[in-house]
Design a protein. Structure first.
Length: 147
């Protein structure tokens, strides 16, 4: 098997910028538990075991229960999530599956209305976090071959 290039060696400036983006989103005002739910859901869709392991651990550290983490893939029909969390998860799914689902206005409006007290800056942080998780999953899958 051919060894894959370590991205921290091949492109440290790009990964440093990406990590700075991720850190900035993390300090946007969204609670850590919601950010981790978004990351877990995107990683479930993308099939990134490393990311699922990491973000499930982080979610537990942020106070998430085993039940909510275990049921997350079926959040549509589970009564365990708030309207705000559902809006964030719906947006995450649409961005993660953008080629199929696009980013429809009604999903965006639901997200925007889910927490008006946070303002547009936090809304865009959530939008960015969902998109950023897909990048994180892709990077992880690039240097961690599954076959």
């Amino acid at each position: 098997m051919t060894t894959r290039t370590n991205p921290y060696i091949a492109a440290p400036d790009l990964l440093k910028a990406w990590m700075a983006f991720s850190d900035h989103v993390g300090s946007s005002g969204l609670e850590k538990s919601l950010l981790e739910l978004v990351k877990i859901r995107a990683s479930q869709i993308n099939g990134c075991a490393n990311c699922l392991n990491m973000h499930s651990y982080e979610a537990r550290q942020a106070g998430e229960t085993e039940q909510r983490i275990a049921v997350l893939a079926a959040w549509h029909e589970a009564p365990l999530y708030t309207d705000r969390e559902r809006a964030a998860l719906a947006w995450t799914e649409h961005l993660t599956l953008v080629a199929d689902k696009r980013a429809p206005q009604h999903v965006y409006v639901r997200l925007a209305m889910s927490a008006p007290e946070l303002g547009s800056r936090t809304l865009y942080a959530n939008l960015g976090r969902a998109a950023g998780q897909d990048d994180e999953d892709s990077y992880a899958l690039i240097w961690n071959p599954g076959d």
